[in-house]
Design a protein around this ligand. Structure first.
Ligand code: GUN
Length: 291
C-alpha cells in the first residue's frame, strides 16, 4: 500500500505557486488576491476558510476575509457579491457553503461572476468543465485529479466507482474521470443513496472515490484487492477525550481498507489539503486571465 500524501503534494503545489507569485512581484505586477465570504458561525466552515486565508499568505497572495453574521439577509449577501464582482483588486472569490437556510444558495452562486468564480460552482463554469472547455474546475475534484496525476496512477480503461452525487464532488469527479486525457479515461459508475447494491459495485472498482460523509462507511469486504481508494469524507465525530471535542473521520475504514488498497488517501492529510492548493491554483489562473 502506498499513501497518497495530500499534505506533501499540496505543499509541492504551493511551492510552485509561490515561485510564480515571486516572479509576478519581481516584474512589478499585481499579485493574486482571493476573497472569501463566510456567513454565520459553523465551526467546520470557519476552520476551512481560515485555512484558505492562511494558505494565501503562505504563497504570497493578498487575501480578504468577509465574515458576516448568521442574520445576514439574502439581499445583503447579494449586495456584497455585486461589490466583489465589481472590485478590480479581487481576482477571485468564494462564498463558503453551506449558507444559512434563509438564503437561497443557488441564487447566490448564480450571482458570482463566472470570471471570478474560483470555486467553479457557477453553471457557466460547471458546464464548460462538462464540455472539456477551459474553466475553473472545482477545487476538490480538481485536487483528486491532480493527486492521481502526480502519483502517475493509471486510470485509463479502469472502472471508477464514485459514491455520492453532490454538485461539488461526486457529480464533477464522475465527469472528470470519464473525460479524455492523462489521469482520466476511466469507465465511471456514479452511485448514491438510491443505488441498490453499492457493495456489488465497489467490489468491481479499480478506483473508489467516496464522497458520502458517513464515517467508516467503506469496509475492507467492499473493496477489491489492489484498488485505489480516494476518501473525500471528513466528518467531525464527537470525542470528549480530545481537547477539541471531536476527531476527523473519513468515509473509509482506513485501518482495514489500507491492507487491500494499492493506494489510499488518509484523513486528514489526503484530499483536504489538495482542495486548498487547487483553490490557490484557480486564483492564480484568474489573475493571469484578467491580466
Ligand atoms: N463547502 C465545502 N466545500 C466547499 C468548497 O470547496 N467551496 C466552498 N465555497 N464551500 C465549500
Amino acid at each position: 500500500m502506498q499513501l497518497l500524501d495530500g499534505k506533501k503534494t499540496s505543499n509541492d503545489i504551493k511551492d510552485e505557486i509561490a515561485a510564480e507569485v515571486t516572479k509576478l512581484r519581481e516584474a512589478g505586477e499585481k499579485v493574486p488576491h482571493l476573497a472569501a465570504v463566510i456567513v454565520g458561525n459553523d465551526g467546520a466552515s470557519l476552520t476551512y476558510v481560515g485555512s484558505k486565508v492562511r494558505a494565501c499568505k503562505r504563497v504570497g497572495f493578498e487575501s480578504t476575509l468577509k465574515q458576516l453574521p448568521e442574520s445576514t439577509t439574502e439581499e445583503e449577501l447579494l449586495e456584497l457579491v455585486g461589490q466583489l464582482n465589481e472590485n478590480p483588486e479581487i481576482d477571485g472569490y468564494i462564498v463558503q457553503l453551506p449558507l444559512p437556510a434563509h438564503i437561497d444558495e443557488e441564487k447566490i452562486l448564480l450571482a458570482v461572476h463566472p470570471d471570478k468564480d474560483v470555486d467553479g460552482f457557477h453553471p457557466t463554469n460547471f458546464g464548460r468543465m462538462a464540455l472539456d472547455m477551459e474553466t475553473f474546475i472545482s477545487a476538490t475534484p480538481f485536487g483528486i485529479m491532480e493527486l492521481l496525476r502526480r502519483y502517475n496512477i493509471d486510470t485509463s480503461g479502469k472502472h471508477a466507482v464514485v459514491i455520492g452525487r453532490s454538485h461539488i464532488v461526486g457529480r464533477p469527479i464522475s465527469i472528470l474521470l470519464s473525460q479524455k486525457g492523462k489521469g482520466a479515461n476511466a469507465t465511471v459508475t456514479l452511485t448514491h443513496s438510491r443505488t441498490k447494491d453499492i457493495k456489488a459495485l465497489t467490489l468491481q472498482a479499480d478506483i473508489v472515490v467516496s464522497a458520502l460523509g458517513i464515517p467508516n462507511f467503506l469496509k475492507a469486504d467492499m473493496v477489491k484487492e489492489g484498488a485505489v481508494i480516494i476518501d473525500v469524507g471528513i466528518t467531525r465525530v464527537p470525542d470528549e477525550s480530545r481537547e477539541r471535542g471531536y476527531y476527523l473521520c473519513g468515509d473509509v475504514d482506513f485501518e482495514q481498507v489500507k491492507e487491500k488498497a494499492s493506494y489510499i488517501t488518509p484523513v486528514p492529510g489526503g484530499v483536504g489539503p489538495m482542495t486548498i492548493a487547487m483553490l490557490l491554483k484557480n486564483t492564480l489562473l484568474a489573475r493571469k486571465r484578467h491580466h
